[in-house]
Design a protein around this ligand. Structure first.
Ligand code: B3K
Ligand code: ZN
Length: 876
């Protein structure tokens, strides 16, 4: 690690750019062993900033061939080159910088900048990848109109794409070229280019005001039959954004390109979205329902960025959540509208609790708007994305549907074409609602998950019911003391006969109440009480409905009260929540004193399973016990084996108690129609496969036999995959091996299915898992350069196989360290992301030392990337 690379960048040091670039002209000559990039930048001084003598352009890993200002080639003494910049003397207020650089996309394994994925050229520029293409003001507040010409060999790269509209093209010898112009000014992070041998699925969309948009999804020819779902998702997203947010598409072309080697899910480059194949390809034979849903969600997310991100972008990277949190909120609402709103919310909250709360409780905790960073790539986190979306959701809850929508309209209208801040977003919310959101702003500046302790008082004589709230927030790195948050608490009070009418002497007259049985309390003080009544009976409170705030809420519910909420709450989310609380209590009780599993849980789940009219997806969610990682998040010191074994016992008790009903529903839910990714069918498959896995727990012989039948007869990947998981997790070794071999033989030419095959093995809670993973690292199907493969094998093992990853001999930690060390030089972004499980070392008792020492070994490496350095240094 060079000291210069361990530089921390602070939000408080933000300065507007001294120069702007009105127009950017780029010319790419793509060859088999290098690429030549020629740029012409129309630069002018920023009139709002004190004059600077020097223009400092960003650049990394570039070979500078020539730089000229207004046509005058600069001699070596006239410019200054460092490892990360090019300094030029500005001749006046406006001038043209032309630059020629040489790069080697073929050797670019970081998958940032211009690189090759299999046979095609593609780019990834967010956050700071453009500087690996040419010298530039690579910061989001410099927005420029781009004109791009690209040229490559015709036979190998028949398709040449960039942002905006194609304006020209032609052939010269065995090469051809295309010119593109994007009329919308944009930051360099939204630039994209693709050259490859691709085919496309074509369709169209007519916008609200009648604009005819050509839609194309480009893939390798073998994948053309897997694009229909993405196309359908895109069209539905475009319509939905018009209807729900009044946002219309603004160009005549919208292209999506699928690439195999990609560091994340997808990228929202203006009119040329680039996708990881895993987030665009879908076919019933090769994709599970979860895969179909992911494609729908990611297509929507990237499309929605056209407004929340592209038309209105971020001033600086500290504001990342301005576009990401808001866009996650938008895609979550879209998915909720497409399927079951309650199930979608349950999925979001499970993930938030397991992953984001853990981040908030660890050494890398940071606010939704961070104050500082070393490497921005490390800040594409669940806090920025998912907690950021929760912050937007709370604004919606506080303002109400209508005012929230009006405030979004105002935000887009005020800032169209600008690079702005989270503060601008909140200001729009204030302007429309007339509210003072000063205290609410702490959600952007304070890290950590607030605790909310709730208690009740009941006065039988007067019928007055009091809820007492006490909020606090634990310290996080650099933030010892926290100020109280503004916390919206949605609630209802339930009586024997149903929801009670709410009247409270402590709530303002105009408080947001959707009806008189639901209300939203606004907590602002460390301690606060609200009275309700007079009530006809002592109620059971349904608190934090729909998870109205990202907090850890505690209330001393009795088991019978939870059972009551599980069967009677009209808030679907809180029905699930009641089951989760019962399950968590059962696991803790078994872990502490090996007692019998609470009847309230068993009977409650039994009632839910028996309700054939309830949404099957919701039933499946309620039956699913909290994951080991979720349970780990609830305790200070994590006992990996204790959690695993206690959860296993509760699972067995549930499985045995429900055995007959599980079998009955398993058979009753058998498919009667051809596969379709509809909400109803997906719900049935989810519940049926949940039943299958429980049956295998209660009666392995029967479960394995059923799984075998299902595996052989499956007509879609959802059922085949679920059966495979059951066979591998519960079958004898010979059964499990045979199924894995059959599966591999059938799908070895489908990379995304091979990833599932790796995942199933990496997550198996079986004895020899680590050896298996080591063997797979050598398997021809594995590719140590492909992020999807790395995530499927090593990522899954470290994150979804707790007992094996945390093996007491340290073998799991060693495997992770070896992988990180290898990736540190080839792909630092993936290396640092993979490291996350080791950063939690303080939470583990006897394993601490082993985890810590692996981190130290990494820290001592001579050439640590900035990405890995930051994570390791902050964790140690
Ligand atoms: N904006 C991109 C993420 C880019 C990550 C760069 N390391 C995808 C998305 O959130 O839509
Ligand atoms: Zn995004």
């Amino acid at each position: 690690m060079k000291d210069a690379q361990a530089v921390t960048i602070y939000l408080k040091d933000y300065q507007a750019p001294a120069f702007l670039i009105d127009h950017t002209e780029l010319d790419f000559q793509l060859y088999e062993d290098h690429a030549l990039v020629q740029s012409a930048l129309t630069v002018r001084r920023n009139p709002d900033v004190a004059a600077a003598a020097q223009l400092v352009l960003h650049g990394q890993e570039l070979e500078l061939l020539e730089v000229a200002i207004d046509g005058v080639v600069q001699a070596p003494g006239q410019f200054h080159l460092t490892e990360e910049s090019l300094l030029l003397t500005a001749p006046g207020d406006a001038f043209i910088v032309t630059c020629r650089t040489r790069i080697t996309p073929q050797d670019n394994t970081s998958l940032e900048g211009l690189y090759k994925s299999r046979t095609m050229f593609c780019t990834q520029c967010e956050a700071e990848g453009f500087r690996k293409i040419t010298y530039y003001l690579d910061r989001p507040d410099v927005m420029s109109r781009f004109t791009v010409r690209l040229e490559a060999e015709t036979a190998k790269y028949p398709v040449l794409l960039s942002n905006g509209n194609q304006t020209d093209g032609g052939v010269s010898g065995d090469r051809h070229w295309a010119s593109w112009h994007d009329p919308f000014p944009k930051p360099a992070y939204l630039f994209a280019l693709v050259a490859g041998d691709l085919e496309s699925l074509d369709d169209s969309f007519v916008t609200h005001s009648g604009r005819q948009v050509q839609l194309r999804i480009f893939v390798e020819p073998k994948d053309l039959d897997k694009c229909a779902h993405a196309m359908d998702s895109l069209q539905r997203s475009m319509r939905w954004d018009e209807e729900k947010f009044g946002r219309e598409y603004d160009l005549d072309i919208f292209n999506i390109v699928a690439v195999d080697d990609f560091n994340m899910g997808a990228m929202e480059n203006k009119s040329l979205n680039i996708f990881n194949t895993s987030c665009v390809l879908a076919h019933p034979q090769t994709t599970t329902d979860a895969g179909f849903q992911r494609v729908e969600a990611v297509v929507a997310h990237e499309y929605f960025h056209n407004w929340s991100g592209n038309r209105v972008t971020c001033r600086d990277w500290f504001q990342l959540s301005l576009k990401e949190g808001f866009t996650v909120y938008r895609d979550a609402e879209f998915s909720a509208d497409m399927g079951s709103r309650t199930v979608k919310r349950i999925e979001e909250v499970s993930m938030l609790r397991t992953v984001q709360f853990a981040e908030d409780a660890g050494p890398l905790a940071h606010p939704v708007r961070p104050d500082s960073f070393m490497e921005i790539s490390n800040f594409y986190t669940v806090t920025i994305y998912e907690k950021g979306a929760e912050v937007v959701r709370m604004l919606r809850t506080l303002l109400g549907e209508e005012k929230f929508r009006a405030a979004c309209d105002l935000y887009f209208e005020r800032h169209d074409g600008e690079a702005v801040t989270c503060e601008d977003f909140v200001l729009a919310m204030e302007a429309v609602s007339g509210r003072d959101l000063s205290q609410f702003r702490r959600w952007y500046s304070q890290a950590g998950t607030p605790r909310l302790a709730v208690s009740e008082e009941w006065d039988a004589e007067s019928g007055m019911y009091t809820l007492n709230f006490e909020q606090s927030c634990p310290p996080t790195p650099g933030q010892e003391l926290k100020q109280p948050f503004m916390i919206p608490v949605a609630l209802g009070l339930l009586g024997e006969a149903g929801a009670l009418r709410l009247q409270s002497p402590d709530m303002p007259e105009d408080a947001e109440t959707s009806d008189n049985t639901n209300c939203v309390l606004e907590l602002t003080q460390p301690q606060q009480s609200f009275r309700f009544g007079p009530l006809p009976e002592r109620p059971v409170p349904s608190l934090l409905r729909g998870f109205s705030a990202p907090v850890k809420m505690s209330f001393d519910y009795r088991p019978d009260q939870l059972a009551f909420l599980l069967s009677h709450d009209d808030d679907g989310f809180n029905r699930w929540e009641a089951a989760q609380r019962l399950a968590v209590n059962a696991v803790h009780a078994v872990q502490l004193e090996a007692v019998e599993v609470d009847q309230a849980l068993l009977n409650g789940l039994s009632n839910v399973l028996a309700d054939v009219h309830a949404d099957a997806a919701m039933v499946a969610e309620i039956l699913r016990l909290p994951a080991e990682n979720t349970l780990a998040e609830l305790v200070d010191t994590i006992d990996v084996d204790g959690i695993h074994s206690a959860r296993g016992k509760v699972r067995e008790a549930v499985a045995r108690h429900l055995q007959d009903a599980l079998l009955e529903r398993y058979h009753a839910l058998a498919a009667s129609a051809a596969y379709a990714p509809t909400a109803a069918q997906m719900a049935a498959r989810a519940l049926r496969n949940t039943c299958l896995s429980y049956i295998a727990v209660a009666d392995p012989e029967r479960g394995v036999a059923l799984a075998q039948q299902q595996f052989e007869g499956a007509e879609n990947m959802t059922d085949r995959h679920a059966a495979l998981v059951t066979l591998v997790h519960h079958g004898e070794q010979s059964v499990s091996e045979a199924a894995l071999d059959t599966f591999y033989a059938q799908f070895k030419d489908e990379p995304l299915v091979v990833n599932m095959w790796l995942q199933v093995q990496a997550s198996a809670p079986v004895k020899n898992a680590i050896e298996r993973v080591r063997q797979l690292l050598e398997h021809p199907a594995y590719d140590a350069r492909n992020p999807n493969k790395i995530r499927a094998l090593v990522g899954t093992f470290c994150n979804a196989n707790p007992t094996n990853f945390h093996a007491l001999d340290g073998s799991g930690y060693e495997l992770l360290r070896e992988t990180v060390v290898e990736l540190n030089s080839s792909n630092p972004q993936i290396a640092s992301r993979l490291l996350t499980p080791l950063t939690k070392w303080r939470r583990y008792d006897k394993r601490q030392q082993l985890m810590h020492s692996e981190l130290q070994t990494i820290a001592a490496l001579p050439d640590l990337s900035r990405d890995v350095y930051e994570v390791v240094a902050k964790s140690l």
